[in-house]
Design a protein around this ligand. Structure first.
Ligand code: PMP
Ligand code: GLU
Length: 389
């Protein structure tokens, strides 16, 4: 039996597969603590649940507009106006079954075979594979030695005649870094000068910890707006990963192209989930703030506990809900091996940095309970100390 070259060239999502492995081990009765999935442990906001229940009662059980119900797209426009002062119209917004398909659609709409897209490493696992699915080639700008932020010099070096775009993810998964205004200005100016698209993935925008502040790139350089595709959604901000609702905002020409693709893929995202997302975007600001405050407390605890483990190093992340830990100073400096041993010996699941183009590091999500964090980091300490003997 033959499989396509396309599928054979795609690596499975490490975040998804490791968390599946952890879930399977747990189902076998092993005392697994998972730090692998970037998924808030909170329930969905009441306003989202209520809106979904009402939608079921009203019988909202049919196909919706391909680009999403007008109420949700209007609510997203209102949100962008109140949060960032940005003006978008509903035909500049598309709703999909999560942010992931939107990134895929954007890549498919922009990238021809052999075209290049700049990725800043460490980079979230799906960018590179989705780019490959579109026939594109990654130009990786490593930021590990430059404070997790790209420099202009390295960015310019990566751009050539075949480059069509840049992916920016702030707050970053996996590092939690937030791009400051100067970096965003530099990227926007380069994109304008070189005539490039920017895919601006701000799905973690609600999770910034003082004194850091999340900034939208269009607020820094307004002229960049006609080349930016914003990616956002309800998965992270409202702890609604399972509902599968994401939205993208951008010039209507690109949104229409993404919609064309979507007519042949999913048609529309689930009608009930769209209503739930509407409820969240319209009425869950307080819930989001509570979650943010809780993540901030957990961040403090996990960072302190890791820094107390000799051989491990972690920098305090400014946003999102991940810590990116340097394991090169411990007796098992290979991140793949480290994660495998940690899971098998201590039942603690983490994702190797290699999956994010950053070997020597591991990613832990602290979107789990404080008890998990305390017990998990205790086990990790025992694990690393045990390696020394
Ligand atoms: N972008 C980033 C940076 C992510 O971490 C994720 C993870 N979920 C996504 C996009 C996709 O989000 P969704 O679950 O809405 O598809
Ligand atoms: N984005 C989350 C993560 O990085 C969820 C899994 C995925 O979609 O990759 O863990």
């Amino acid at each position: 039996m033959k499989f396509s070259k396309r599928i054979l060239n795609i690596a499975p999502s490490a975040t998804v597969s490791i968390s599946a492995a952890a879930k399977n081990m747990k189902a076998e009765g092993k005392p697994v603590l998972s730090f692998s999935m970037g998924e808030p442990d909170f329930g969905s906001p009441k306003s989202a649940n209520d809106a979904a229940i009402e939608a079921i009662k009203r019988g909202e059980s049919h196909y919706t507009l391909n680009t999403g119900i007008i109420e949700l797209r209007r609510a997203v426009c209102d949100y962008y106006k109140r949060r960032f002062g940005l003006e978008y119209k509903p035909d500049e917004v598309i709703v999909a079954a999560g942010a992931k398909p939107l990134l895929y659609e954007a890549m498919q709409a922009l990238v021809d075979d052999g075209d290049e897209v700049v990725l800043f490493a460490p980079a979230w696992v799906s960018y590179i594979e989705q780019l490959h699915m579109a026939g594109g080639v990654e130009k990786v700008v490593d930021t590990m030695s430059t404070g997790l932020l790209p420099t202009k010099e390295k960015l310019l070096e990566a751009i050539g005649p075949k480059t069509v775009g840049i992916v920016v993810n702030s707050p970053s998964n996996p590092t939690g870094a937030i791009y400051p205004e100067e970096t965003l200005r530099m990227i926007a100016e380069v994109a304008i000068e070189k005539d490039l698209w920017i895919i601006f993935d701000e799905i973690y925008e609600r999770f910034a910890y003082e004194p850091a502040k999340h900034v939208n790139i269009i607020n820094v350089v307004p002229e960049v707006k006609d080349r930016v595709i914003i990616i956002n959604g309800v998965s992270k901000a409202y702890a609604m990963t399972g509902w599968r609702i994401g939205y993208a905002l951008g010039p209507k020409e690109i949104i229409a192209k993404m919609a064309t693709l979507q007519t042949h893929l999913t048609s529309n995202a689930s009608s009930i989930a769209q209503w739930a997302a509407y409820g969240a975007v319209e009425g869950a600001d307080e819930d989001v703030e509570k979650m943010r405050a809780e993540f901030e407390k957990r961040r403090r605890v996990i960072v302190d506990m890791i820094n107390d483990i000799p051989g491990l190093k972690v920098r305090e992340p400014e946003g999102a809900f991940y810590v990116f830990v340097d394991v090169t100073g411990c007796p098992v400096p290979d991140d793949m091996k480290f994660c495998e041993m940690l899971l098998n010996e201590k039942y603690v699941a983490a994702v190797p940095g290699t999956a994010f183009l950053a070997p020597g590091y591991i990613r832990l999500s602290y979107a789990c309970s404080m008890d998990n964090i305390k017990e998990g980091m205790k086990r990790m300490k025992e694990f690393v100390e045990g390696l020394k003997k």
